[in-house]
Ligand binder design. Structure first.
Ligand SMILES: CC(C)=CCC/C(C)=C/CC/C(C)=C/CC/C(C)=C/[C@@H]1[C@@H](COP(=O)(O)OP(=O)(O)O)[C@]1(C)CC/C=C(\C)CC/C=C(\C)CCC=C(C)C
Length: 599
């Protein structure tokens, strides 16, 4: 009996597992835990018989003085633990690299030459066949070396290939599109980092004799990269393919989840934890049935969010599944509606967009109106860049009133342009409160309607209404921060949201603010508005803790990362991004991390 193998774990596999767990802890969800357990189970069950065979046939051995003693199918317990911890570490690394990614946008519809919408993406067929042929010939070569040519020294390598290649073939055939489409950072990095690390650990273990690959069944080729002179080629391949299997397995899981969450038309009701059967069903759904328009629309919405709002882009990564998709669609709609009205070349044009948006809402909220006629209206009335945002707004999960109120809020902005803004529309604090409730309280209300539509909650109807009211107040607080930040930007557009009677107390007029939006008086007014924002925030933030478990942490991130702009403004040292004060990226990440840690 000895502790050498156990020491390898204590020194080299457990410390990274602890470090990754601490780092990922705030982001860890129930779904992640499910994924980790799912993969560990598959890894252990699929490796045990193979590893036991290797040990029983003395292809690799463990000197009795390096292991503690207990075995499963003759495999030392330390070795079984290796499968668990390697899968755990690689899975966590994958989860970390994939957290910011919305996987749905990497799905691809495969259309054949006779598809009604025309052929598309024929190259996918080549990728699928390419991978399958490569893996098939690798299997064949392994067989030829050992069985036909009788090369005993290729035994270990062939056994690795015969064990891993069928799994890789299966996973490739099911998810090749997704694997090829995902950014390298999502797939190659979580394979490469643990592989190189385990190569180093393996060299150390082989050098110390913790495990031994018997002569006669190995090729005897050593890799000499990075000074890894003890690294047998079989070991290098083994660690590479095992990490590939773990990552391919995760990719298949995410592929299935993306199908379940993206296409409501397939009729999957996304459960919190999808069963293996549902995952397989989703994976087997032919890619030719995917709605490419929906995938493209979602991609546009994600790009819009990424380009226009750093805070909400960061926060969106903390949400999961269908809720994340719907929130991104909601953002896209709000942004597009705001831009159509704000960026119009004249007051008349703004009014025209407002009327068209109202007509769009009338039709969308009318149960008698067919989807086709709404789609036709959008296509004939709005510019192409706005289509997907309008087509994909999840109106069925929303009530009509906040959508109409949002338009009323945008309408208030138009008053700034009319009659040379005299008098200015925000005369007193009540006007500011009303405006903010319309443009931001409504947004919060809709976010929460989506939360309650998609997640299970113990709160009754009355409690939900009070939560939505608290959320709406929080929206007002966020809008006050937004206004405090944008005093200069708004002044350039001829807008002053600081109430006229506040200005009067400082012997200022809105026109003077437009001419010079800086100075100690403006700083004092900004502080006053921020104080109001933080007072509302303090009153409403407790309500977040009563939201469904899966929404609590992410909502906190959304609110806190925006309120952090207010904190930075209060402190007075901020960076500028496109003329606006922003929170440095590292500080935003720290806030998000600490906020989630409180869960
Ligand atoms: C991840 C996530 C929550 C995403 C969705 C957020 C969403 C739908 C935002 C809509 C944004 C938008 C374009 C609205 C149009 C009107 C407007 C301009 C409102 C201002 C937002 C700022 O957006 P902007 O794109 O300008 O962002 P940048 O400053 O450039 O980064 C607003 C300040 C309003 C935003 C308000 C909310 C998102 C509501 C937040 C409150 C909750 C989610 C409720 C919290 C719950 C409780 C129970 C208290």
């Amino acid at each position: 009996m000895g502790y050498d193998y156990a020491l390898v774990h204590l020194k080299y596999t457990i410390p990274p597992a602890l470090a990754l767990s601490i780092l990922y802890r705030p982001l860890l969800t129930r779904l992640d835990v499910y994924k980790i357990c799912f993969l560990i189970t598959i890894a252990v069950v699929s490796t045990l018989p193979w590893d036991s065979y290797l040990i029983r046939h003395r292809i690799w051995t463990y000197p009795p003085d390096v292991i503690i003693g207990p075995t499963i199918l003759q495999i030392p317990l330390e070795e079984v633990f290796f499968f668990v911890i390697q899968t755990y570490n690689t899975t966590l690394l994958y989860l970390m690299f994939n957290k910011p990614t919305l996987h749905s946008i990497y799905l691809r519809a495969e259309r054949g030459p006779n598809h009604p919408e025309g052929p598309l993406n024929q190259q996918w067929k080549h990728y699928r066949w390419g991978g399958q042929v490569l893996l098939f010939f690798t299997l064949l070569a392994a067989y030829a070396f050992t069985s036909v040519l009788g090369r005993k020294d290729a035994t270990y390598m062939s056994l690795i290939i015969w064990w891993a290649a069928p799994f890789l073939l299966l996973l490739w055939s099911l998810g090749y599109q997704f694997l090829v489409g995902l950014p390298f950072t999502n797939t190659i990095l979580p394979i490469a980092l643990p592989t190189v690390y385990l190569w180093i650990v393996d060299c150390i273990a082989l050098r110390r004799g913790t495990w031994v690959i018997e002569n006669g069944t190995k090729l005897g080729i050593h890799l000499t990269w990075f000074g890894l002179s003890e690294l047998e080629i079989e070991e290098a391949v083994f660690f590479l393919v095992t990490n590939m299997l773990i990552v391919f397995g995760q990719v298949a899981f995410d592929n299935a989840l993306a199908v379940i969450n993206t296409f409501s038309s397939f009729g999957y009701a996304p459960p919190a934890l999808p069963s293996p059967l549902l995952l397989v069903q989703a994976l087997l759904k032919p890619a030719s049935e995917y709605d490419q328009g929906r995938i493209d629309g979602l991609r546009e919405a994600v790009n819009r969010l990424r380009q226009k709002s750093r805070s909400f882009y960061l926060a969106s990564g903390a949400f999961e599944g269908k809720l994340r998709i719907y929130l991104i669609m909601l953002y896209s709609f709000c942004r597009v509606a705001d831009d159509l009205i704000d960026e119009a070349s004249s007051l008349d044009e703004s009014q025209k967009w407002l009327n068209k948006l109202e007509e769009y809402l009338d039709r969308s909220c009318d149960e008698k109106e067919s989807d086709d006629s709404i789609t036709a209206y959008i296509r004939e009335s709005f510019p192409k860049w706005a289509h997907s945002a309008l087509l994909m707004l999840p109106t069925k999960e929303l009530t009509a009133q906040p959508l109409y109120d949002l338009l009323r809020g945008f309408e208030m902005d138009l008053v700034f342009c009319s009659a040379k803004s005299d008098p200015f529309p925000i005369a007193c604090e009540a006007d500011l409160q009303l405006y903010s409730a319309r443009v931001a309280g409504t947004v919060a209300q809709m976010c929460l309607e989506l939360v309650f539509a998609l997640l299970p909650s113990h709160e009754n109807e009355a409690a939900r209404r009070s939560l939505i009211q608290a959320g709406s107040d929080m929206g007002v607080a966020l809008q006050y921060v937004n206004i405090s930040r944008d005093i200069e930007v708004d002044a350039q557009l001829g807008r002053v949201y600081l109430p006229t009677d506040w200005l009067k107390e400082m012997s200022l007029t809105p026109k003077q603010v437009i001419q010079n939006p800086r100075g100690p008086k403006i700083d004092a007014l900004r502080r006053r508005l921020l104080d109001k924002a933080f007072a509302i925030y303090e009153e409403s933030k407790g309500a977040i803790e009563r939201l469904p478990q899966q929404a609590k942490g992410p909502m906190r991130v959304a609110v806190e990362s925006y309120m952090e702009i207010g904190r930075v403004l209060r402190e007075g040292h901020f960076q500028f991004h496109r003329g606006r004060a922003t929170v440095p990226k590292i500080r935003r990440l720290r806030v998000a991390w600490q906020t989630l840690l409180r869960s």
